[in-house]
Structures are given as C-alpha cells and as structure tokens.
Design a binder for this molecule. Sequence first.
Ligand SMILES: Nc1ncnc2c1ncn2[C@@H]1O[C@H](COP(=O)(O)OP(=O)(O)OP(=O)(O)O)[C@@H](O)[C@H]1O
Ligand SMILES: [Mg+2]
Length: 459
Amino acid sequence: MAKNDLKTVYVCKECGHVHPKWSGKCRECGSWDSLEEEVTSPAQPSFSNGVSIVHSTEAELISDIDLDTREEVRMETGISEFDRALGGGIVKGSVVLISGEPGIGKSTILLQICKSLDKGRKILYVSGEESSTQIKLRAERLGVVGDNVFLLCETNVDVILSYVDKISPDLLIIDSIQTTFSPSVDSIPGSISQVKQCALSIIHKSKDASISTVLVGHVNKDGGIAGPKVLEHMVDVVLTFEGERSQFYRLIRASKNRFGSTNEIGVFEMGDRGLIEVTDPSRALLSEKPKNVAGSCTVCVHEGTRPILAEIQALVSKTVYPAPKRVVTGLDYNRVSILLAVIEKRLGIYLSSQDVYLNVIGGLRLDEPSSDLAIVMSIISAYRNIEIDDKTVALGEVGLLGEVRSVSFITSRIKEASRLGYKRIIIPKSSYPKDLKGLPEGFEIVAVKSITEILKLFA
Ligand SMILES: Nc1ncnc2c1ncn2[C@@H]1O[C@H](COP(=O)(O)OP(=O)(O)OP(=O)(O)O)[C@@H](O)[C@H]1O
Ligand SMILES: [Mg+2]
C-alpha cells in the first residue's frame, strides 16, 4: 500500500467513534482524554461504529425457535469454581472474555480447563503471547496431557479462523485478544480498531459455528479491560480475575453474564501445580485469623448463593501528618469515609487526629453494605484497643443516622457462622429470623437497632 494512502485518525476508547483530528473530548460520547491515534487506510475503513454479531437469514417467530438445538446448552469445564462463576458452565456458542492483571493466572486456568474438559471434546488453544515450548513447559507443570488439545501460536486472525474451520473445536481459547491482528486493518495489534475487528471476526465465527470461545483480555493501568469499551458489550460473559499477585487467593467474578447471575464468585489458590479450587472459602480465609488482638472483626457476606466469612482488620494510630491518612484495601474508600463520619457524629469518637488503615484479609473485595457493622466495630476495637471476642461475627448495613439496617439471606449467614464454630452473631434487629432450627446450643444472636448499642461490647 502506498504511504500516501495511509491516514491518521483518532479513535475513542470508550465508544469507538472515529475523529479526523485530536481533541481532548470525544464529540460522540463526551468522555475526556479517550482518543487514541491510529493509522488506517481510507480505502478499507477499519470498522463501523455499529456492532453486528449474529447473522440472521430470515426473521422467525420466537415460538418457532426450537430450544433443543439452540444456545442454552451448557458445557461444564470440569473446574467447579470456574463453572460457578459462569453460572454452571460455558453456554454453547457463547463468548467469554476473561481479564486480569499480568501474571494473575489467566493462561494457567485456561490450560487447566484443557486438562479437565471432557476428553471427547476438542480444544483449540491459540496463543499470541508465548511460544509452543513455553506453553508445553507450563502444561507439564500443570499435568495437562492434551490428547484433545490443539495448540496454535499465531496472531493473524484470518489464519486462526482458517484453523477453526479445519479443526472444528468445541472450545476455542484466544490468549490474548490484544495480540491478534487483522491484515484488513492498518493499525498496530492492540489498537482499538484491531481489537474490535478481531473480536468481531472471532465472535461471528463462534456464533455461526456454535463454538464456545474464551478470549483473554489485558487490563489497562486503571484496572479496566484494555481496548474499546464496546468489547464488553460484544461478548456474552465478562469474567474478572481479582486478587493480589503477592497473595495466594484468586477470585473469578462475572461482571456481565447473559446466561447467569453476576453475583457468584469462584475462589482459587495459586500453587506450583496451578490454581486449586477453594471449595470452603470461609474456612480458608479465616484459617490464619489471630486470636485476642484488637482491630479484627469477622463479617459474613453473601456472594451469589454462597455465604462467605471474611476478616476485616483495622489499625488506628495517632497521625503525624496535617491531614490524617486513610488507607483502605478490599473495601470501598467512600463507604469507609462515610462510616468514619458516622462514628464521629453518632458515637462521639473523634478520629480526625488518627490515621486509619483498613484491610480485608485474603485479597477479597467486599462491596456489600452488610460489611458496614464489622467495619465500624473493627475501627472502634482498634481505636480503644479492646479486642472483639474471636467467636463473634457482625453484619448489618449502617445508615447515616447510625441505625443498623436489615440484610438479606440472614438464615444462611447465621448457619454459615455456626458451621464454622462461631458462638455469637450480631445482626440488625429488623432482620431477626422468625424460624431458626438446627442451631447449636449456646449460639447467641444479638439483635441491634443502632451502632450506639455496640458500644457496650467495648466497655
Ligand atoms: N513454577 C511455578 N510455581 C508456582 N507458581 C507459578 C510457577 N510458575 C508460574 N506461577 C504462577 O503463575 C503466575 C503466572 O500465571 P499466568 O501466566 O497464567 O498469568 P497470566 O494472567 O496469563 O499473565 P499474562 O497476562 O502475563 O499472560 C505467576 O504469577 C505465578 O504466580
Ligand atoms: Mg498469559
């Protein structure tokens, strides 16, 4: 192609709109600082802004569609925690995007799926990031035999799709979508137009041939999925790998799922044999909980259908800075700021001269408001240096007036606490269960209406 044919355009990362000139704000969607320079050929427009994924030959009546031969057929991967996050396995012909920080374990879990998937199924594993020897080395470490696994180290999407036609796999894995490129688009791999075009071609193939597909996606520096925002709209399921690389636990959470709940999480532990499923996360997360130390409180959150016990730790110390420090991991920063203000106003505990550090153990992220009461209790415990009995669980949403508000799934949370040997649970009065059977003798339920009532625990 002659150099003169090439044209520089600016593409919005958020909406994919193409601008002839750079500007600080996208004219289409209004987002700031979202334009990226791309070199493209005017003769072959790289893509349209609209996204069309499924070709339909003719319109048909919804009542005429035969379900037995259509989408809703799930394929279990053999890794139950992964299937749980997906809502029971990968739906045939669906496209799953899995993203996460570098080195978190994306390639590892996908290679493990190659091992655990039913032997009768064919898998095509396409890698644009590692050589076949590197993948083989990892496969040996993970014990993947791979009688049914075809490996392809290729980045050209046309070549990849020709192999898909040749092999007709049941599962197609693309590691990663950012490394694939389409020769019809004149910009570098990983650019917005390339990612969009390649994803579009792969999704077309996946829908047409009913091939379940998993795309690996890189993350940008803010933790979002790199590439166009529209990528998340194009796929059926978006899974995110969470957890600190320095810690053992890894969580897989669905942020979008066209075929299931987005509340379920899969919990894993990283080891030298790969990712091991943690089927009893409560027990694992609390295994190292220290005894008789101030600043620690156990909470019970509900992730999908499963209650999970977790430990919140707080450290409160006199500040040496003009403005006190607030360091929060695993919790929402703004939520913690509100709770600190509620503690000051409603309990008269002044924390404006104190640094506050909060952490959820195990790399877990707690977004449920039911963690509020445990956050408040851990802060008071740390501030007053009075420990909370280590057989106590606290849960409840705290309102701005200091009231403790109701939470859902109270019975299953109480049962989980008693299963793990806890002796006392502090819950909102409005959530007091009417019918509770099978609780061990001596298990105490303390119902509170306001956070002022918990102060007597620290007397
Ligand atoms: N020999 C080993 N023993 C224990 N853990 C290992 C070993 N080799 C790799 N790991 C773990 O596997 C992780 C790398 O996993 P993997 O390559 O699947 O990550 P990834 O998410 O695919 O990363 P990238 O985005 O860079 O491709 C390492 O961070 C490390 O925790
Ligand atoms: Mg990888």
